[in-house]
Every structure is written in structure tokens, then in C-alpha cells.
Design a protein around this ligand. Structure first.
Ligand code: GAR
Length: 217
């Protein structure tokens, strides 16, 4: 039922509303995607590119867990995938330094964190100033961190959602680009709620990438 409501009133629930024409970009964006897990947001971006609603190309996927399904999805879309296992780097800065090397080697201009469950450092942010984006499964600034969906359920809020924002040193903070709201149903579990939030994530991330790129000089 709520899914219907979300779909029917989707335009009002997503902020800011974006007209399809606004998503046209004169230049093809060169993206590098960072993912730790399933990679459904990576796939949503790849699908938007394939459908020509987002003028971009994923130059490389970087993943940190050897078993991440994101790597399989990258193969399906013929995107090179590079494993950088965080366990092999003693300091976060070391991992980020390696990430920057891989991104630069693949000529990446925008860094898209799509379920990247590592804390980023100034090494990455300074290499790509105002060009690192993140998605989080809550209406930030509420419920940052690794359990955004569970936190919203535990707090008893009636509406949650997802946020795409520019990344900053503090986890799940930084200027907000787009948000979508999702109602919480009485019978929701973290699994059912996260699934509905992800439908909105997949919808807004490609649009938010285009919006962010349009804001650049
Ligand atoms: C997404 O729901 C994303 O919002 C969340 O991880 C999931 C990854 O899904 N990110 C965070 O919680 C960041 N703090 P995916 O691998 O299927 O794209």
C-alpha cells in the first residue's frame, strides 16, 4: 500500500524535483564507483547510463571485500573492477592513497561512493575536492553511520528515506544534493524498509550525480 503511495506521490517526496531535460549533460562524466557490498546502486547508475538518461561512463569500480557482489555486476556491465582489500592497509590513509592512484589511472573525475562502508580521509577528499558523492539510507542529518535503517526503526519515526550528498570528513555529512522520503509501515522490518528505501536510492542517485555535475564550473 505504501509503495503505491510512494510511487503515486513520488514527485512530491523527492527533493528537489528534477525535470528529465535538466539531466542532460553536455559532457560525458567519467565516474569511479566505490562499493563494499551488493552494488545495487552501482547497477542503477550503470542502467541509467545504458538508458542514456545519465551522460556518463563508469571508468572503474573499486571494491574492498573480496566477496562483494558489486564486482559481479561490474563484469556484467563490462566495467573494470579493482579489489583493494582494506585489511591489507594499516592506516585508512594508505588505503585512500591507493584508491586515488587507481582512480587517477582510470582517468576518473567524479568519485561515487555507493555502499562504501569505509571512513574516508583527506587523502581522497583532497584529491577530488567537491567531487566525492555518497548515498546514505536515511534523511540526513538523522541517523548517520552504518545502521541508518535500523536506527530509524528504533527511533519510531514515521518517515525516513535516503540522501545523496557531497562527502566530508565526518561520516555521512556534507552538503545535501537530493533526498527522497519513504514512509515507515507498522509491520516494517529492517529488510522490508531497506528494500523500499533502495528503490528510491536507485531513482535519485543518477539524478543527483547529474545535478552535482551541473553545479560545477
Ligand atoms: C545502500 O542502502 C546505501 O545507502 C548504504 O549501503 C547500501 C548499499 O547498497 N550506505 C550506507 O549505509 C553508508 N553509510 P548497494 O551495495 O546495494 O548499493
Amino acid at each position: 500500500m505504501a509503495e503505491v503511495v510512494t510511487e503515486r506521490t513520488g514527485a512530491e517526496l523527492i527533493s528537489p524535483p528534477v525535470a528529465a531535460a535538466d539531466l542532460r549533460l553536455p559532457q560525458r562524466l567519467r565516474l569511479g564507483v566505490l562499493a563494499s557490498g551488493s552494488g545495487s546502486n552501482f547497477e542503477a547508475i550503470a542502467q541509467a547510463i545504458a538508458a542514456q538518461t545519465l551522460n556518463a561512463q563508469v571508468q572503474v569500480l573499486i571494491y574492498n571485500n573480496p566477496k562483494a557482489r558489486a564486482a559481479e555486476r561490474a563484469a556484467q556491465y563490462h566495467v573494470p573492477a579493482v579489489l583493494l582489500n582494506h585489511r591489507h592497509y594499516p592506516h585508512r590513509e594508505d588505503l585512500d592513497g591507493e584508491i586515488v592512484k587507481v582512480l587517477q589511472a582510470h582517468n576518473v573525475e567524479w568519485v561515487i561512493m555507493a555502499g562504501w562502508m569505509r571512513i574516508v580521509t583527506a587523502v581522497l577528499l583532497d584529491a577530488y575536492p567537491n567531487r566525492v558523492l555518497n548515498i546514505h539510507p536515511s534523511l540526513l542529518p538523522s541517523f548517520p553511520g552504518i545502521h541508518g535503517v535500523e536506527q530509524a526503526l528504533a527511533a519510531g519515526v514515521k518517515i525516513t528515506g535516503c540522501t545523496v550528498h557531497f562527502a566530508a570528513l565526518e561520516v555521512d555529512s556534507g552538503p545535501i544534493i537530493m533526498q527522497a522520503a519513504v514512509p515507515i509501515l507498522p509491520e516494517d522490518t529492517a529488510t522490508t524498509l531497506h528494500a523500499r528505501i533502495q528503490r528510491q536510492e536507485h531513482r535519485i542517485y543518477p539524478e543527483a550525480i547529474a545535478l552535482a555535475a551541473q553545479g560545477q564550473p
